[in-house]
Design a protein around this ligand. Structure first.
Ligand code: ATP
Ligand code: MG
Length: 330
């Protein structure tokens, strides 16, 4: 079985972008692959966090993973900070990564423009920690959205560089990008991706948003001044985003949707798409509420799963330490 690693930051409430672009696609993979799904809490430290909230959000994200259908019997669900090998390997890989490579990362440019009061070194070396996350588990496939493609590319480069110097050490990971719903755009600025850390709350729909909020946000979605419902990313980004969300939720093709809405109004499309999303979220929210009521259970899952992950990670880390000349602990 091929091995898969992926993760989400507990940096805020998850959006339907995270769901349709990431987690939803992870569910069927559980049966086909050996999967590790991580709550990447260390990554969130690149932006200042409220400690109590971060703790809460990390545990809640585990509950949300499970509410979406990830099964801790079938895959390994754990917290990044519970497996110290992530930080240890990240430091080593920092020394095999060039400033010039990191300088090219568009996420660094975007995020440092947004958080100009706190452009810390962690924000800059974020892709190296992500490389460590992936390479530690000898990951073969990484399901990611388009926004993470550049980061996976750098993980591959670092792995190849290391392998060239020390011989085969890391598996070179491949991206696994699903075709439909791979990128959900902001409802307010449809040329930008939907992001859980957007300042404008009408830009995103949270997985945990109540039905009336979902419908309201869809109603306010930005479209264009024409009337025709047609998929055209370049000239009609807002309408195209609504079509692609509706398609990702229902499995209908773009051309079927265009036929369904032939002669109908933008208002109809917003309402139908919004309703389909609300319906999709209902069972997830129900399960989430049940799970978060039982913190002990969630903590026991974390303990058991992080032990499994740590065992796998340790194997790679020891190999790396030995190859580069660190004296083994005996
Ligand atoms: P942040 O703004 O804090 O970076 P985010 O919404 O981008 O939050 P991440 O935790 O960075 O979320 O990403 C988690 C996963 O969700 C990644 O696999 C990423 O590719 C995917 N993802 C994030 N936003 C979208 C989106 N708008 N459409 C599709 N997939 C997305
Ligand atoms: Mg992101």
């Amino acid at each position: 079985k091929k091995r898969i690693f992926s993760g989400v930051q507990p940096s805020g409430n998850l959006t339907i972008g995270n769901y349709l672009g990431a987690i939803k696609n992870w569910i069927p993979m559980q049966d086909e692959f050996e999967c590790l799904y991580c709550v990447v809490d260390l990554h969130t430290l690149t932006v200042r966090q409220n400690p109590a909230e971060l703790r809460q959000r990390s545990l809640n994200l585990l509950a949300l993973y499970m509410a979406c259908g990830l099964d801790p019997q079938k895959c390994i669900l754990f917290l990044q900070s519970h497996v110290s090998a992530h930080s240890e390997l990240a430091w080593i890989l920092n020394c095999y990564t060039y400033m010039g490579e990191l300088n090219r990362m568009t996420q660094f440019k975007d995020k440092s423009a947004k958080h100009s009061d706190n452009i810390n070194a962690g924000l800059f070396t974020y892709p190296v920690l992500m490389a460590a996350d992936i390479l530690l588990y000898q990951t073969e496939l990484v399901p990611i959205g388009q926004d993470q493609k550049q980061h996976l590319e750098i993980a591959r480069d670092i792995a190849e560089r290391f392998n060239n110097v020390y011989g085969d050490t890391f598996t070179i990971p491949e991206p696994y990008i699903p075709k439909i719903g791979a990128k959900i755009m902001s409802l307010q600025e449809p040329e930008k991706k939907m992001s859980k850390s957007d300042e404008n709350e009408n830009a995103y729909v949270f997985i945990l948003d109540k039905e009336d909020a979902v419908l309201r946000k869809f109603k306010r979605a930005v479209t264009d001044s024409e009337r025709e419902i047609r998929y055209d990313e370049v000239n009609k980004p807002g309408v195209s985003n609504l079509i692609s969300i509706y398609s990702a939720v229902t499995g209908k093709t773009f051309s079927d949707i265009e036929k369904e809405f032939d002669g109908r109004s933008y208002g109809d499309l917003k309402e139908v798409a919004g309703q389909s999303v609300a319906e999709m979220l209902r069972p997830v929210q129900q399960k989430y509420n049940d799970l978060t009521a039982n913190k002990d259970y969630l903590n026991s899952i974390l303990k058991e799963n992080s032990e499994k992950a740590a065992y796998m990670a340790r194997k790679t880390l020891s190999k790396v330490q030995r190859k580069i000349g660190l004296l083994p602990r005996s």
